[in-house]
Write a protein that binds this ligand. Sequence first.
Ligand SMILES: NC(=O)c1ccc[n+]([C@@H]2O[C@H](COP(=O)([O-])OP(=O)(O)OC[C@H]3O[C@@H](n4cnc5c(N)ncnc54)[C@H](OP(=O)(O)O)[C@@H]3O)[C@@H](O)[C@H]2O)c1
Length: 349
Amino acid sequence: MQKEPLNLLFIGFGNVGRKLASILSVEKAGYSGLTGFSPRVIGIITRRHGALVNYDGLKLRDVLAFYQNNAGFNHKHPDFTEMDAKTAVNKLPYNVLVELSTLSIADRGEPARSYIQSALEQGKHVVSANKGPLAFSYLDLKLLADRNDCMLLHEATVMDGTPVFNLARTALYGCQITRVSGILTSTTNYILTAMEGGVSFDQALHQIQVMGIAEADPTYDIDGWDSAAKICILANAFLSGCLTPLQIPRQGIREISGRDIETNSGQGKKLKLIGSAWMENNRAAARVAVESIPIDHPFANIRGTGSVLQIETDLMSPLIIAHMSPGLNDTAFGVINDLLTISREFQRD
Ligand SMILES: NC(=O)c1ccc[n+]([C@@H]2O[C@H](COP(=O)([O-])OP(=O)(O)OC[C@H]3O[C@@H](n4cnc5c(N)ncnc54)[C@H](OP(=O)(O)O)[C@@H]3O)[C@@H](O)[C@H]2O)c1
């Protein structure tokens, strides 16, 4: 499929990084669409769980087993290194930076934003599942990528692997998007759906944490920051906005009680956390709010970890894309799909 394998540098090896590594090694034979796709992971850097570097490519199957057996990487692994992320991004001979580190709102997407910037400045491609850098610096990073003729792809940042950015870039080419709205955070939708069935808020949160879907800091989900980051990326990418999660009106689900859910149910409605972005006075605007959705609206039937986005355009009538029960496979797929896109371009070089 490609002349030279892509050399990847992973920043982060948490739930998403390990799932991605597993699909690219242990599980790969089960996915015929990945036949011939053999990127070479030359570095994996974590914050507190060690790092590995091997220019010939790490043996991902062994790396996963080692990580599991040792709760991280250490000197016992032949490829162990003390290298930190900043050094790795600046020194290693990778073609694609794969940014899978933790979402940071308080630090406005840092340090991941700086890693991505450094990679793009060197003309390296970037794939990010991390929303922070895109939510806070979409325009700057995109301009930098364009200037240096490299790709900055981030399909997994919104609705996991659902082709939202791919859809806009390809299938909706020729339409101007005017408004987007939807259920963007799996964790909050899972909690609200579980509460409809009588499960307590705390129990539901624990369940979604065990599934590896909640953010490392779950208050980012519960207080609406995750949705705010996602709707800002959408507003900035589709509506040429310059918004950050700190600037937009935001509500979370922390205050929602079982009684609120029952009351809405009695009125034929469901409570959903909705992110929306639209044009107002020629500028992009966005918000995140808990909304009472009539039971016959398509958003009301998105249950559990499901997510949905309605896209309105000038030319096409509104369309809705839904993802019924996304999990880690889907996020990993979003990253893999971006890597395949880069791989196709790379082959042309
Ligand atoms: N989980 C999902 O379903 C999902 C879905 C879509 C998008 N995402 C996004 O994907 C990213 C990864 O998610 P995850 O669930 O894999 O998170 P996670 O399990 O918390 O893992 C985060 C990884 O990033 C590493 N890390 C954090 N800061 C770092 C730094 N400064 N330098 C190097 N490594 C650093 C952590 O290292 P240590 O373990 O040593 O701290 C860990 O390996 C997040 O940004 C998340 O928002 C996740």
